[in-house]
Ligand binder design. Structure first.
Ligand code: ATP
Length: 126
C-alpha cells in the first residue's frame, strides 16, 4: 500500500517536473501561461457565466497541453535526430501546427466570450 502511494506521488512529482521544465525552457510556454492568467483576470472582471468559465478553462488547458506536447516532441526529435533530416523537420512542423490550431481555437473562443462584454463596457450598441 505504502509502495502504491509512493509510486503515485512520484508520478505527480515527475509530471510537475515536466511542467516546470516546459515553463523554464520555452518562451512560448511562458507566453501561454501569461495569456491564461490574463484570461482568468478578465473572467473575474467581467463575471463571466459558469459555461463561459468552462470554455475558457478548456481553451487554456488545450493550449498549454499542446505546447507541452510540442516541447516533448521537439526534445525527442533533437535526441534521435540532431542532424538535418526531413522527417525530423516534419515532426517538429506537425507539432508546431497543433499548437497553432489550439491557440487559434482559444483566440476564437476568447473573442466570442469577451467581445460582447467589451462592447457593453464601451457602450457600443449590439
Ligand atoms: N533536425 C532537423 N531536421 C530538419 N529540419 C529541422 C530539424 N530541426 C528543426 N528543423 C526545422 O526547423 C524548424 C525550427 O526548429 P526548432 O528546433 O528551432 O523548433 P522551434 O519550433 O522553432 O522551437 P521553439 O518552439 O523552441 O522555438 C522546425 O519546425 C523544422 O522545420
Amino acid at each position: 500500500m505504502r509502495a502504491y502511494f509512493k509510486k503515485r506521488y512520484n508520478s505527480f512529482r515527475f509530471a510537475f517536473k515536466g511542467i516546470n521544465a516546459a515553463v523554464r525552457s520555452e518562451p512560448h510556454m511562458r507566453l501561454h501561461v501569461l495569456s491564461g492568467i490574463a484570461v482568468v483576470v478578465l473572467g473575474f472582471a467581467f463575471d463571466v457565466t459558469k459555461t463561459e468559465w468552462c470554455l475558457l478553462a478548456a481553451s487554456i488547458g488545450l493550449v498549454v497541453t499542446a505546447e507541452i506536447m510540442n516541447t516533448a516532441i521537439e526534445t525527442v526529435v533533437n535526441l534521435v535526430s540532431p542532424e538535418y533530416n526531413p522527417l525530423a523537420g516534419k515532426a517538429k512542423d506537425l507539432a508546431a501546427g497543433a499548437v497553432l490550431i489550439a491557440a487559434a481555437t482559444a483566440a476564437v473562443v476568447g473573442t466570442i466570450i469577451f467581445l460582447p462584454y467589451l462592447l457593453e463596457l464601451f457602450g457600443a450598441d449590439l
